[in-house]
Design a protein around this ligand. Sequence first.
Ligand code: PLP
Length: 466
Amino acid sequence: MTDKDDDKSEFYYPPDTLGLETEQMRRLGYQVVDMVVDRLARKHREAAISRAEAAQLQQALGGPLPEQGLSPEASLALLADIALIHQQRGDHPRYFARVPGPSSFAAVLGEWLGTGFNTIAASWAGGSGPATVELVVIDWLRQLMGLPAGTEGVLVSGGSNASLTAFAAARSTVGSGVVYLTDQTHSSLPRALEQLGFAAAEIRILESDADLRMPTTSLQCAIAADRQAGRRPVMVIATAGTTNAGTVDPLEEIAAICARENLWLHIDGAYGAPAAITPQGREYLRGMARADSLVLDPHKWLFQPYDVGCLLIRAGVLETCFSMNPEYLQDVRAGSGEVDFRNRGFELSRRCRALKLWMSLRTYGIARIRDAIQTGIGLAEYAEAYLRRQAEKWEVVTPAQIGIVCFALRGASAAAQRRRAQALTDSGFACVTTTRLKNRTVLRLCTINPLTTKSDIAETIDRLGR
Ligand SMILES: Cc1ncc(COP(=O)(O)O)c(C=O)c1O
């Protein structure tokens, strides 16, 4: 039967479930491609971040629930011009706040295709193709991070979800007890422990040392004190790239303590772990591959659009914790060598976040991605050198560490520094935020966008100082 015959048969179905016509679908689809590519081509001319008043946004985007359909062209324009324009542009070359999201276009294509095909990666029987892409991508990421063959994983929405998943799985393996972290651990991790029912007395937050790293002597003392008090130490959480300053805990030493004390080692590399694919980053992150569970966020430094986080973890642990095989799923169970991703985390229905990673890893290749990460590391070093050249004006508070540098304007109060960051952000030229290190407010640049130039950095610092 040809397509033409099909059109006349009782088995003719229009392409859109709710009635858009084929040509209209194509036209709207191409329009979206044009809108996205046009925006990417001029993103450096936009403000690095913008927002509007709640009432103004409500008025433009809200209104009565439409009983009849409205023009999709007008709706797309409203989305682009009102909703999507009022947000942070994490891919803008002068977006330096928190952790930027410099996403790449090949990844966007993978995401679009998956959404267009309504892809599901929940069970092997219902999605063996997408599940295989996810398995391939997880193993590529494992290799990049240097973890042992056989390490398993799952893709989730981001770093906070990945750590939550890891903690649930680790607890089902090692049981409940005391967990050690520091005051520099990302706040989503202690929150995940609390949500999983760890008591406050089981969440031991150690004071970081002067370099904002986990002090291994305090760690050992705390473990010993807890054992002596009859408590049960179970896990250490180390960070490979803190959000505040890019600091890395002494991973080798912590791994040795965990091995000696028989503790689970979880490493949060949500932001910093991808640096390990560069020679400089690999040295800086030495010991990371000894993690029992490791988190990295491809939507940060592997150039993916939101959202995708990755958990890499010891084999078998996820399925032991999350397996769920009720009678209504009995026909869609994986056989040997096959994986039901619903049994590796909290989500049952889940899209395939691996498609975008697979597309971009294949399109750009690791060499290009490695260079892009190295560029980000180098830009923070350039910023540090630029600040040090004006030492009478600027103080470098923490040196450039895998793409983050923290600094302060000499003689300026905390409030004055916050005001300067806010004024620059309001101007639209760049987005810069402050943070607090050991109770001291500092300015901070996170420079992981490879499109950022040295002039962008210099002009941003100059404007902050003016
Ligand atoms: C070190 C670290 N861990 C965890 C997270 C949370 O990641 P997500 O926002 O992807 O959930 C972040 C976010 O910036 C982070 O920098």
